[in-house]
Design a protein around this ligand. Structure first.
Ligand code: ADP
Ligand code: 5GP
Length: 197
């Protein structure tokens, strides 16, 4: 008799890995959670976005982002090379389409870490995408994390916090919400949602 381990469901033969979108306000801990998760599960492929933002210290071209000029971003958009794109707090960000399609066709789990506007575009263009919202334990803790990261000047922090109010209000639009109290717990929960463990 075939036995299904408790807590797992057998996959239908045509099950395709889903694309998972992780969104949440700037400073909530998206990059920290994803980095923790990928340390133990490097097979989870994270899309590398293009951005017009300048690199932070330690950020590498092609690893954290493809850092592009405004002209280059214009061309990516005009040529339809982005699955989605958005302007966020004064910079543009977009997901290169071809790499995502290739991974999904190869049956690999795909993760996008993008803002609310991008998440909405993916929801509208890929009906089977899974949208996950990462929420802070409180507003005060979000401000503490964003300020404590020390990567943005005060006026940029203000812009990002303004965007955060809109993003937090949109939480009900997402399929799942994870509260980032513990990086380890959230990374585990995200892996489970992606069916990686
Ligand atoms: P995002 O990618 O969402 O903008 P980061 O991953 O850069 O956010 O995290 C912002 C700051 O919060 C970083 O300094 C990070 O170390 C810290 N941080 C992330 N998750 C937690 C957590 N669960 N508890 C405390 N600090 C955290
Ligand atoms: P940061 O400048 O802090 O790296 O990113 C700012 C915001 O842009 C974050 O909410 C991040 O998730 C989002 N972002 C990063 N890449 C993309 C992308 O390709 N598309 C969209 N729409 N947002 C992105």
């Amino acid at each position: 008799m075939a036995v299904t381990p408790r807590g797992t469901t057998p996959e239908p033969p045509d099950a395709r890995p889903r694309l998972t979108v992780l969104s949440g306000p700037s400073g909530v801990g998206k990059s920290t959670v994803v980095a923790h998760m990928r340390k133990e599960h490097p097979e989870v492929w994270l899309s590398v976005s293009a951005t017009t933002r300048k690199p932070r210290p330690g950020e590498q071209h092609g690893v954290h982002y493809f850092f592009v000029t405004d002209d280059e971003m214009d061309k990516l958009i005009a040529n339809g090379e982005l699955l989605e794109w958005a302007e966020f707090a004064g910079n543009r960000y977009g997901t290169p389409r071809a790499a995502v399609q290739e991974r999904l066709e190869n049956g690999e789990p795909v993760l996008l870490e993008i803002d609310l506007q991008g998440a909405r575009q993916v929801r509208d263009s890929m009906s089977d995408a899974q949208l996950v919202f990462l929420a802070p334990p409180s507003w005060e803790e979000l401000v503490r994390r964003l300020t404590g990261r020390g990567t943005e000047p005060p006026e940029v922090i203000e812009r990002r916090l303004e965007a955060a109010r809109t993003e937090l209000a949109a939480e009900p639009e997402f399929d799942e919400t994870l509260v980032n109290t513990s990086v380890e717990d959230v990374a585990r929960e995200l892996l489970a949602l992606m069916d990686v463990v």
